[in-house]
Write a protein that binds this ligand. Sequence first.
Ligand code: SF4
Length: 249
Amino acid sequence: MDIRIKQFTKIVVINTIVFLVIFIVLWVANIYIPVYFYKNVFIILAILFLALGLLFIIFSTVLIIIYKKKKVLIFPPKVLAKIFKIIYPLILSITNFFHYDKKIINQFFIYINNIFVESMNLKGNFKDILILAPHCIQNSSCNIKITSNSQVCIGCGKCKIYNLNNLQKKYKIKLAIATGGTLARKVIKECKPKYIIAIACERDLISGILDVDGIAVYGVLNKCPNGPCKNTTVDIKKVEDAIKNYILK
Ligand code: SF4
């Protein structure tokens, strides 16, 4: 049998068994469990949802205050960053359900994430910094292969690779041009940075921030004057400021 059909059939059989088991459990429960038990279950569920709803409101209010004040108050930023990663999927599903603009919500979260990172007051050396930039920042008419080594760029100035290389030379930091999430993960594993400055669009930045565990990721949004993923650019000053914020004075 075709391997794909085999695999699909396996999944169908497993699903069927799961449905059958659920049916039998519910049917038996219907026969043997008294009505007051169900009532108690509903009460517990109602209280649980109320508690979750209140926690959600409290945390969202904290986020709004952080956004407005541009700094983290009272709560440790590392803890907030962890909660942030948990509630983000929930916010995203609500955004999708109501067809709100995902880009705006992602921008909000990237901004908040950067406030968390700044509030952690992380300080270290140049060698601990990794700048991760997307491949689309290279000018599309340029044939130089910069993904394995950006320093082969001849510095014509048509794109920001030239400026990023200058930052790399000036601060002796690591710079990687990644073509996607897999390559970015590989670079992080090899370089073992303590502080990442990630340049990307909203979607990639958010997924990078959520993906990386235990390393602070400061996000710098790239600009897309030619539409997504083509000849993108970035505010180099923002990247340099992010470097300066980390360096031990
Ligand atoms: S700056 Fe470098 S990478 Fe960009 S177009 Fe010029 S040579 Fe190519």
